[in-house]
Design a protein around this ligand. Structure first.
Ligand SMILES: *Cc1c(COP(=O)(O)O)cnc(C)c1O
Length: 428
């Protein structure tokens, strides 16, 4: 499509049904004191204005009520995780029973692999994507080692074809159909953090199950970004963090999904703690652990109220905006950026994220030819917050909850000035 101009960008922003959400965020100021163009929501989402008060409310309840806050607080701490299950379920397309907010992302991956990676002598491999996020690579390698396998032997990394930057779904499916007999676990990301490729969760789940494997996903870059349907797509488990697209603050509580088919599975091995026990008997301190139904049965400790309070606020905003509406805007917003980047001088900037809308979320990963250092300096000095990966990749994620069409127009305008060597605000 023809790239938008600045007037069109402003008109699209005025007509955007979600436009009021932007005003509900703190936008960090750039060097000149005006709002930055924040394109880093894939790494750390912005702070909703309501978050501060929500955290103060919990501090005040603690000050006012002490231990009674567990039951008499405005948001009783005893059931705190239950109060955010509905929003978490909306975000990932699950039932409230299938999700729980707890721990951190890598912790949840480990806890879920304890239950769902159960290697045997002839079925022990873990299939992941090449170039997975380091924490995921460490997690699967250490799980393999924990069960007595050499990670070099147990872990299979699927890589794109030579000369391509994204994995083809057909290749993943064909590989599993052909080599799946010794695969115990398929664990990919929902969206690759580096390329921005979104995977076809349903096709991969079906192929993994057809091969007799368990299927799990790391949704760090997918939750709050893609329109997910975990229940219908049917993976066995998933985990995600809340500080990227879910805007819940650094290191805040993470999410976990366990499909309904495993809702009551007292026979699955798991690392247990009192908060996963059936709440009816939790305080009678029974001798033996009886897991409660659903993902909540994987909890160990009582809910981390201060890192869950931010998700109360932001999760409610996702429910209010709705994922379908956010995704619809996201497709147009990132589509507009793609058209603008395509209009840059040939051979200057290359999009390594798949162009097909079904294979990408907000993020575009741009391979920039030419002076990468100058680009980085200009991004910063002109108030753009984007993630620069030396030597040449810039990741930009226009987030539908708070970014505008004008933001993406401004980014493309700056890129044009960098690649043509035109004067910039910084040089002028
Ligand atoms: C961000 C991210 C992580 C971070 O893990 P934490 O446990 O939250 O520190 C892990 N995996 C992927 C794929 C990520 O994108």
């Amino acid at each position: 499509m023809a790239p938008i101009d600045l007037d069109t960008a402003r008109r699209l922003d005025r007509d955007d049904p979600l436009r009021s959400f932007r005003d509900r965020f703190h936008i960090p100021p750039g060097p000149d004191g005006r709002d930055s163009v924040y394109l880093c929501g894939n790494s750390l989402g912005l702070q909703p204005r309501g978050t501060r008060q929500a955290m103060l409310d919990e501090l005040d309840d603690w000050a006012r009520l002490g231990v009674e806050g567990h039951f008499d607080g405005r948001h009783p701490w005893y059931s705190y995780h239950e109060q955010v299950a509905e929003a978490a379920a909306h975000v990932v397309g699950a039932t409230p029973e299938e999700v729980v907010m707890m721990n951190g992302l890598t912790t949840n991956l480990h806890l879920l692999m304890v239950s769902f990676y159960r290697p045997t002598a002839d079925r022990f491999r873990i299939v992941t994507e090449a170039g997975a996020f380091p924490s995921d690579r460490y997690a699967v390698a250490s799980q393999a080692r924990f069960h007595g396998y050499d990670p070099d032997d147990a872990i299979v990394e699927l890589a794109p074809r030579d000369g391509e930057t994204a994995l083809r779904t057909d290749d993943i499916v064909a590989w599993l159909d052909e080599h799946g007999a010794d695969v115990a676990l398929v664990m990919l990301g929902g969206v690759n953090y580096y390329t921005g490729q979104a995977f076809d969760l349903r096709a991969i789940t079906e192929a993994g199950h057809r091969a007799g494997a368990v299927v799990g996903f790391d949704l760090a870059h997918a939750a709050g970004n893609l329109l997910l349907n975990l229940h219908d797509d049917g993976p066995d488990f998933a985990a995600w963090c809340s500080y990227k697209y879910l805007n819940s603050g650094p290191g805040s509580v993470a999410g976990a999904f366990v499909h309904e088919r495993h809702a009551f599975a007292p026979d699955l091995p798991r690392f247990a703690g009192w908060w996963g026990n059936d709440p009816k008997t939790r305080f009678t301190m029974p001798e033996t652990f009886v897991p409660q139904r659903g993902a909540a049965g994987w909890q160990l400790s009582n809910a981390p109220v201060f890192t869950t309070a931010p998700f109360r606020v932001s999760g409610a905003m996702f429910v209010e905006a709705t994922m379908p509406a956010l995704r619809a805007k996201s497709e147009r917003l990132t589509g507009a950026l793609l058209d603008l980047v395509d209009a840059l001088p040939e051979g200057s900037v290359e999009v390594i994220t798949p162009r097909d809308v079904a294979q990408r979320g907000c993020q575009l990963s741009l391979h920039v030819h030419g002076d990468a250092k100058r680009l980085q300096a200009m991004l910063q000095s002109e108030g753009f917050v984007a993630d620069f990966r030396p030597p040449s990749v810039v990741r930009v994620a226009p987030v539908p909850m708070y970014n505008t069409f004008e933001d993406v127009w401004r980014l493309a305008d700056l890129l044009r000035r960098v690649v043509t060597g035109a004067p910039t605000g910084a040089d002028a």
